[in-house]
Design a protein around this ligand. Structure first.
Ligand code: UGA
Length: 436
């Protein structure tokens, strides 16, 4: 199959690289000439484990290429994937579809034959109908078919998620388009436990939002249970295990923490609420989730202040992990941003270490001093706070940390250290949802 991938963001670049690794011929297209130039040099515009090697081997094999020229990419393609961004629209929270529609128009203008047009971007219900209208209006003779094929990969585990998905969702009623999509995904050897699920296009579009919203609800639920645990002397990790062993609930996404962030959950929950509002079917559970999660991030700053005795004026706080989750350099809606703001507002000085997030974090956190290592962030600080659970923070020498801190306090917002281990090192540990 010959595939054009429009947009080399997270989803586009990972999907393009993985499709080429399956043996398809893939051309990735992006308007950003600098990005394409970097990709030509083998430099990845994002940090994602394994991506650089995957891209390099497929470029070498001649199956993967990059261009700014959409016409060249689309020429002769069996399928054209739209994987451009759909950020929250400034002001109203609706998904901004201008990039999707602009890409659709440009694709339509350059189609040379029948192709399946696939929206991989996360798009609100009905977007496929509009893309189809654009195809009919601009490229009426080309016989393009418009399919929805949402992506469920997670940053930091993107290649693994793409190659070993729980399911592939394809939204179209057109049999020929289904055949093309079957051929594209055939190398995945999807089976009963990882099926390819064919649905209508609107259903497929909604599946993506419903999935992300459900996961956001699940995280927020356990976060609220964590707050209750602290008050009643229960342990949220044991509660999560106790409920997660019930297959109907499942153990994943029950890790209590500082609130969800990232490029997807915050924007997708908002966009889903807009769709719900437009259709006069309020989704109250999702509304509550958004509110609770927003409030939680800053509340985590207050939690740190409380653990430090209530007054942090003139004190220094070391932060470990700034990105919204490990194995990414992505700072979008990261809880660290609200936590640092709350600490600085209360008069503290913050120094921080993150294995990959510095470049993106620096402009967002102008007053933070960036440390060279986890230990440097602890050195001379009045407390150390783990905000993101990078593997590099899982086996710190707590004795060394204790010796470097002015006050032996570790606030572990990801519950990666067992209290006994911290105690042995002489550190006071404050976790999330732990008995006081
Ligand atoms: C999320 C979904 O998990 C993917 O399936 C989806 O494809 C993607 O959004 C998207 O729509 O593109 P991602 O945002 O990369 O993926 O990261 P997650 O691993 O889902 O984490 C999101 C946030 O939830 C992070 O801030 C993480 O720390 C938090 N989280 C996750 C928790 O606080 N507790 C958990 O148990 C799990």
């Amino acid at each position: 199959m010959r595939i054009a991938m429009i947009g080399t963001g997270y989803v586009g670049l990972v999907s393009g690289a993985c499709f080429s690794d399956f043996g398809h011929e893939v051309v990735c297209v992006d308007k950003d000439a600098r990005k394409i130039e970097l990709l030509h040099q083998g430099v990845m515009p994002i940090y994602e484990p394994g991506l650089e090697a995957l891209v390099a081997s497929n470029v070498k094999a001649g199956r993967l290429s990059f261009t700014t020229d959409l016409a060249e990419g689309v020429k002769g393609a069996d399928a054209v994937f739209i994987a451009v961004g759909t950020p929250s629209r400034r002001g109203d929270g609706h998904a901004d579809l201008s990039y999707v529609f602009a890409a659709a128009r440009e694709i339509a203008e350059n189609l040379t034959g029948p192709a399946v047009i696939v929206t991989k971007s996360t798009v609100p219900v009905g977007t496929g109908d509009e893309v189809e209208r654009i195809m009919r209006e601009v490229a009426s003779g080309a016989g393009a078919k418009v399919v929805s094929n949402p992506e469920f990969l997670r940053e930091g585990a993107a290649i693994e998620d793409f190659k070993r998905p729980d399911r592939v969702v394809v939204g179209t009623d057109d049999e020929e388009a289904r055949d093309v999509m079957r051929a594209i995904y055939r190398p995945l050897s999807l089976n009963q436990s990882a099926p390819i699920l064919f649905t209508g296009r609107r259903t497929s579009e909604l599946i993506k939002y419903a999935a992300n919203a459900f996961l956001a609800v699940k995280i927020t639920f356990i976060n609220e249970i964590a707050d209750l645990c602290e008050e009643v002397g229960a342990d949220v990790q044991e509660v999560a295990r106790g409920i997660g062993l019930d297959n109907r609930i499942g153990s994943k996404f029950l890790h209590a923490g500082p609130g969800y962030g990232g490029s997807c959950f915050p924007k997708d929950t908002l966009a889903l609420l807009k769709t719900a509002g437009d259709n006069e079917t309020p989704l109250r559970i999702v509304e509550a989730t958004v509110q609770v999660n927003d409030a939680r991030k800053r509340a985590m700053g207050r939690k740190v202040i409380k653990a430090m005795g209530g007054d942090v004026r003139g004190k220094t706080i070391g932060i470990l992990g700034l990105t919204f989750k490990p194995n990414t350099d992505d700072m979008r809606d990261a809880p660290s941003l609200s936590i640092v703001a709350a600490l600085e507002d209360a008069g503290a000085t913050v120094k921080a270490y993150d294995p990959e997030g510095f470049e993106q974090a620096r402009p967002l956190l102008p007053n933070v001093e960036f440390s060279e290592s986890a230990y440097a962030a602890a050195d001379g600080a009045d407390a150390l706070v783990i905000v993101t659970e990078w593997d590099a923070f899982r086996a710190l020498d707590l004795g060394r940390i204790k010796a470097m801190l002015k006050t032996p306090l570790l606030v572990d917002l990801r519950n990666i250290y067992p209290p006994a281990e911290a105690e042995r090192a002489g550190l006071k540990l404050v976790g999330v949802g732990k008995p006081k």
